[in-house]
Design a protein around this ligand. Structure first.
Ligand SMILES: C[S@@+](CC[C@H](N)C(=O)[O-])C[C@H]1O[C@@H](n2cnc3c(N)ncnc32)[C@H](O)[C@@H]1O
Length: 338
């Protein structure tokens, strides 16, 4: 089963957003953030998904020596968070990039791409601001142009996907990224409908989904548009490819004692994270040897047992935390040469 992000509204923090698992993220990253870098200054942290800057603000306030490199692919998020984090401007470097650009972001900041960072946070997915901005097309509950690009300066829109992809590719996307049972049927309807009139806004797609997905499934499967909208967003933003490239880059960037926290909102993202961190937490020495061979020991220690979920209380206070799966790891040895 793939878990899906919903569009539940959450109580606002003045920026329309409550940072998910903030206390837990601090508990996990904190021990790595109190170091004093011999080069001068405090620890270096990367917020790979700045969003509205909720997590970043907390870390900057809590760790007065912390230097933060804040990444987001959405220029509007950088603008809003830039205003929010203005009181800490001398300790923050903002970089407009996809998170798989970590290496370049570090180079721009004058830091080596390997083993130079003490803490990294990934709070994946879409932000409440992106869902709430009606003209972005992320929300199925608002009729808007079918855009869905997190970075509106580049790439193709959801409407272009719907109007140009073949039946096979549409069905594959809906089935893989949305685990939509009716992927084939929906793809056929999309192809039929666009021959009459190309898709431009979300209402036409939502109406098609209501028509195509049997009412009986709707009662158990949540909103009929949820899976299709998620699938389109993952495709438009190349989310899984970006994450697959970003996790190894993030792990490489951590210094010994450095820690990383990943918060995923769909099981597909969580699987990518798990697949990347698990092998690095295992010994490469041949089994059965009484001692670890030099350079063959695990590079990372996993700090979480499986994927942690939000407590019932947090879900009640902040419904957006319901699907979250958190994993964390600490670098315990330098990279082996192999
Ligand atoms: C859930 S929000 C982060 C919220 C943030 N932690 C806070 O407290 O305000 C996720 C953010 O990650 C950004 N994002 C998603 N995929 C990205 C990618 N591949 N590269 C860079 N940023 C990305 C989105 O634009 C969005 O602003």
């Amino acid at each position: 089963m793939v878990d899906h992000e919903g569009e539940d509204s959450s109580p606002a923090d003045g920026f329309g957003h409550i940072p998910v698992l903030l206390h837990r993220a601090d508990e996990l990253l904190g021990p790595a953030l109190t170091v004093n870098d011999p080069q001068g200054g405090g620890a270096v942290m990367i917020d790979a998904t700045l969003g509205l800057g909720g997590h970043s603000e907390h870390f900057l306030r809590t760790y007065p020596q912390l230097r933060l490199i804040a990444l987001d692919r959405d220029p509007h998020a950088l603008e809003i968070a830039g205003g929010r984090l203005a009181p800490f401007a001398d300790r923050v470097t903002f970089v407009h990039t996809r998170y798989d650009g970590i290496e370049d972001a570090l180079t721009q900041t004058g830091l080596p791409a390997e083993e130079s960072v003490h803490g990294i946070l990934f709070d994946l997915g879409v932000s409440s601001m992106q869902l709430d901005e009606s003209d972005r097309g992320f929300a199925y509950s608002i009729d808007a142009p079918l855009d869905m690009r997190m970075d509106p300066t580049t790439g193709i829109t959801a409407a272009e996907v719907l109007n140009t992809y073949g039946h096979g590719d549409l069905a594959r996307i809906l089935s893989t990224y949305g685990e939509e049972r009716f992927a084939g049927k929906i793809a056929s309807e999309i192809v039929r409908q666009r021959a009459k009139e190309p898709f431009t806004t979300s209402a036409a797609l939502v109406e098609l989904l209501y028509r195509t997905i049997p009412a009986a499934t709707r009662r158990t499967g949540g909103h009929p548009a949820k899976r299709t909208f998620q699938a389109l967003r993952v495709e438009v933003n190349g989310e899984l490819d970006s994450l697959r490239a970003a996790v190894p880059a993030a792990l490489d960037a951590l210094t010994v004692g450095g820690r990383v926290v990943f918060m995923s909102y769909q099981s597909l993202e969580d699987r990518v994270v798990k697949q990347e961190i698990t092998p690095r937490s295992k010994s490469k020495s041949p089994e059965g040897l009484p001692v670890e061979l030099p350079g063959m020991g695990p590079e990372f220690r996993i700090l979480t047992r499986g994927a942690e979920r939000a407590s019932e209380q947090e879900v009640e206070e902040n419904p957006r935390s319901a699907p979250v799966r958190l994993r964390a790891a600490e670098r315990i040895a330098r990279r082996s040469a192999a």
